[in-house]
Design a protein around this ligand. Sequence first.
Ligand code: HSE
Length: 434
Amino acid sequence: MNPVKVGICGLGTVGGGTFNVLKRNAEEIARRAGRGIEVAQIAARRPNPKCDTGSTPITADIFDVANNPEIDVVIELIGGYTLAYELVLKAIENGKHVVTANKALIAVHGNEIFAKAREKGVIVAFEAAVAGGIPVIKAIREGLAANRINWLAGIINGTGNFILTEMREKGRAFADVLKEAQALGYAEADPTFDVEGIDAAHKLTILASIAFGIPLQFDKAYTEGITQLTTADVNYAEALGYRIKHLGVARRTDSGIELRVHPTLIPADRLIANVNGVMNAVMVNGDAAGSTLFYGAGAGMEPTASSVVADLVDVVRAMTADPENRVPHLAFQPDSLSDHPILPIDACESAYYLRIQAKDHPGVLAQVATILSERGINIESIMQMEVEEHDGLVPMILVTHRVLESRIIEAIAALEALDDVVGNVVRIRVEQLN
Ligand code: HSE
């Protein structure tokens, strides 16, 4: 049988890795796919020194690939929402299958892209969009298909995790670690996507749709970054037996779906709390399987290429299958998606770590306890530190039981209004993940 012809758009970190893996493992990949795979064209603005493309035709115009009648599958690895969106729609319009690593594109425009792909009977595959080399989309969409998923929680941004790990282990400064992640090729073109949780929210949006059978709703995801985290909180959390991770959490409740990315205290003895550096991990809790944990490299040249090429193999295998019998994009059949709403953050429930800077007067702790108890907030643990020399204040660290976010917001306002409380109360959510 003739090889399947593919076009790679974008020859950066992931594009270069994809070309190299396809070339190096060509024989094994063909044995798995049932046909050879030939890179018939590449669109790139500049060569990638880590990638010897030999005699493969190269164009500077991505639309040459989308319009090339020889090409069966377009691999979109240019990133971003604009050109990538046009490229993918053009490829679909031309009846080509698409493989993409673009989480922003899928999270924001996925519903429209999938509808167009169904109309044209083509596949859009996006395993590499979430958690790089970890096949977590396949695991949830296919491997856990028997389950009613209750919740999932993931460390799904390698750059953020690298920064938090270096801050905790080596006491390094935030900006310095971010620079290193950029040099290593992990960070997004706009690094605020990493540190403000936008990249993680893109990925979480995709995971939640696949887990719960809901349309993609990135605009409803709650996002809080790690830029405000201080070494003091990292250390207090440690003293209480927790690690702070930048977690994406999606949880099904009776009233709706929680969809939130924020710094989170996790008990230090959980496996996921020990996922360090640029590594990613996603924990999925289903009613039949219980909790499962998927761990691996969440970014990088070949780990991400591993997922791109796996998608390509799936596409090649499915090219002869009836479109109705293919795995649905969002795991559930398109006419069976649910309208269970995404909850606003103040309707989400969590436990909380609170750090209060208080004056060293009698009765302050009693006032704090009263404010919390009046709002039905149960304290799980409390730790009062020694007076700090530089400001004469006493840091009070509390961990609460689970409570509605709206209650904690009210309580924090009341705490901050106390004469004996100075500055803002630091609030970080806590998840036990058990
Ligand atoms: N900037 C992303 C990260 C790359 O750091 O995880 C992979 O999506």
